[in-house]
Design a binder for this molecule. Structure first.
Ligand code: PLP
Length: 398
């Protein structure tokens, strides 16, 4: 009899489980469209030039590794603030944003969730239906009851916007609403700027607490374009949370670079909020790691490296868009009769392909093409070498 005799086996992470299956697959043509990672046209994980340049400079003057402050590197936090709200924006200038460095976007969400549990212990959380699978688990583990708001309309191949608004209208005041700022994961369908205005009006009227998850800034229409939604929430006079991830936009997945920003009423309130965010961090992991944050700060705060980053991020964005078009054309050429042009209306890394669980299983088992059972495929893992094979495979299972 051990202390752990009664411990149950937890279910496998669906995406990581898929990865294991992919690695064990001996099909030489296998393609992994399961995990949300951007690969270049050679199927390689990119190491951005801006990152290499920043690291080279850092290595030229090696520094000792003391502890960082609890909230991270000051220059990093300021860079995150400027990126999210705009360097010359009123919230940044007035000092009413509390920003902390976090361990990836996930870390930002978790710090925000733990802090919210103290501020609004009885609030419910709403996530989109469907959403990034970790949203539910993360907010549930932080002690919240998690429900969903309507989002995806399978028949319409788009957003069930009326349903979305109706869900928000039905929510109790104080409900925490987790919103995808851009590049909705998993569907690839975003709402329009005019629809955001309507969402914000309901959030305001119903006194809901918005938590924007910004994991793909720059992957949709551009850095400023994707960030514009933040300005809309500011203009509405709301207090809200924004988690930031640089995993994809800097291709720094394993460095775990992210942040959390909380827009407060004024500077004095922001300093109180910051003090509480620091308690959450201190009691979880004390303070963040240095390297990834230092690299991102070095790039964002240096005009030349920043320009290089914007160029490299732009190339990733453009390549994904090109792959969407190639996928539509390739499916057509492979004899798929149904209209697949919705794939080019989607944005970001993912496409909800509309394929069923059975079709996705056949793709995996017969062709070594791996996507999730929900039909989600990572378009950012397609390239000029595997696209034809993937199109042929999909055409055979449709
Ligand atoms: N939020 C969404 C919507 C995501 O898709 C992801 C990553 O896939 C994250 C958050 C987490 O980002 P990170 O890997 O930086 O923790």
């Amino acid at each position: 009899m051990s202390l752990f005799t009664a411990v149950e086996m937890a279910p496998r992470d669906p995406i990581l489980g898929l990865n294991e299956q992919f690695n064990a697959d001996t099909n030489p043509n296998k393609v992994n469209l399961g995990v949300g990672v951007y690969f270049d046209d050679n199927g390689k994980l990119p190491l951005l030039q801006c990152v290499q340049a920043a690291e080279k400079t850092m290595m030229a003057t090696p520094t000792a590794r003391g502890y960082l402050p609890i909230d991270g590197i000051v220059a990093y936090d300021n860079a995150v603030k400027s990126l999210v709200f705009g360097a010359d924006s009123e919230p940044v200038k007035s000092g009413r944003v509390a920003t902390v460095q976090a361990i990836g976007g996930t870390g930002g969400l978790k710090i925000g969730a733990d802090f919210l549990k103290k501020v609004s212990p009885n609030a419910k959380v709403l996530i989109s239906d469907p959403s990034w699978e970790n949203h539910r688990a993360l907010f549930t583990n932080a002690g919240f009851e998690v429900g969903t708001y309507a989002y995806y309309d399978a028949e319409k191949r788009g957003v069930n916007f009326e349903g979305f608004l109706a869900s928000l209208n039905a929510a109790a005041p104080g409900t925490i609403v987790v919103l995808h700022a851009c590049c909705h994961n998993p569907t690839g369908y975003d709402i329009t700027p005019a629809q955001w205005d309507q969402v914000i009006a309901v959030v305001k009227a119903k006194n809901l607490t918005p938590f924007l998850d910004m994991a793909y800034q720059g992957f949709g229409h551009g850095i400023a374009e994707d960030g514009a939604v933040i300005g809309k929430f500011v203009a509405a006079g709301l207090n809200f949370f924004v988690s930031t991830s640089f995993s994809k936009s800097f291709s720094l997945y394993g460095e775990r670079v992210g942040g959390l920003s909380v827009l407060c009423a004024d500077k004095e309130e922001a300093s109180r909020v910051l003090s509480q965010l620091k308690i959450v961090i201190r009691t979880n992991y004390s303070n963040p790691p240095i390297h990834g944050g230092a690299v991102v700060a070095a790039v964002l705060n240096n005009p030349e490296l920043r320009a290089l980053w914007e160029k490299e991020l732009g190339e990733m964005r453009v390549r994904i868009k090109a792959m969407r078009q190639k996928l539509v054309d390739g499916l057509n050429a492979a004899g798929v009769k149904q209209d697949m042009s919705f794939i080019t209306q989607q944005i970001g890394m993912f496409s909800y392909s509309g394929l069923t669980k059975d079709q996705m299983e056949r793709l995996r088992n017969e062709f070594g093409v791996y996507g999730t059972d929900t039909g989600r495929m990572c378009v950012a893992a397609l390239n000029s070498k595997n696209i034809d094979y993937v199109c042929q495979a999909i055409a055979k299972v449709i």
